[in-house]
Design a binder for this molecule. Sequence first.
Ligand code: NAD
Length: 321
Amino acid sequence: MIIVPEAVIADLITPEASFTAVERVFASMAARSAYNFPVIREAIGHADALYGFKSGFDRAALNLGLKSGGYWPGNAAKGLTNHQSTVFLFDADTGKCRAVVGGNLLTALRTAAAAAVSVAHLARPDAKVLGIVGAGHQAAFQLRAVAAQRPFEKIVAWNRSPEKLETLRGVADELGLGFESVSIEDLGGQADVIVTITSSHDAILHGAQVKPGTHVACMGTDTKGKREVDNDLIAAATLFTDEVAQSTTIGECQHAIVDLTIRPEDITELGAVINGDHKGRTSAEEITLFDGTGVGLQDLAVASAVVELAMSRGVATEVDF
Ligand code: NAD
């Protein structure tokens, strides 16, 4: 069995390799050669923790396994990340455990890669201004991955505590891009691509604030009750997602489904666009929206890429198991 600890992963996998792994597995999901198993998420009644599993099988890549972990709110006080996760990969032919891989950095990379894949396939080719809504742990990963997909010149960003935007300003500087902290109305008025990555339970971005031709990647909503955009925006947009079942229950589209603004058939898997089975964006005026809910197969895809890289560079630890 191969062990790849958290500490070596940053030197192994790049945003580009994460992009390739996630794009491939979205395509496999849409071709029905990969599927996610039902998600388990439980409040365990200890340390205020939320714990669960995301799992699945990609028959094309022979990736079988799960990501196990969750949220421990007291971790920061112990010098640890509140979100903790580990990926377990199994041999699809024998069921033996193939690898154990640290899942914390990989979660951020695979989430940012999902938004980047949506931008690569759905945003207007001439997009110049990138808007980021949110400034938490994930936001800088999103900025790095998405900024590489179009010839962006400027970043506009909003956070409910604007002083937290300084980290994003630093990343924009590093990438040689202009940076402006703006109101949400101004962000919608300027941005050609918008990434929302917050833990909000109320709509922050409204349809009336978004200009024609924008691509919106909603990445924060991964649980029942969360919400980042209003139903006017959902109704105005052509809708895409990683997985329709998650989009309608725990993703950004859950609210529009409940009040019958949309039906599940209105949402297309991004993999269908990647595979050429759906045309994706059809005009420069169309608003496209990707509901990135986060699926277990994304975790397995990037973990498998890490195992290959660790083995090829001789930094994987192998144990008899
Ligand atoms: P974080 O706790 O580091 O940051 C949270 C961000 O949300 C901050 O910018 C904060 O200001 C903002 N926020 C919180 N409540 C808000 C509110 N009511 N109104 C406006 N802004 C609010 O979290 P993070 O690690 O950056 O993750 C952001 C979100 O993305 C989380 O909700 C997380 O569960 C989700 N997430 C989704 C995926 C996926 O695959 N879709 C993967 C990982 C994380």
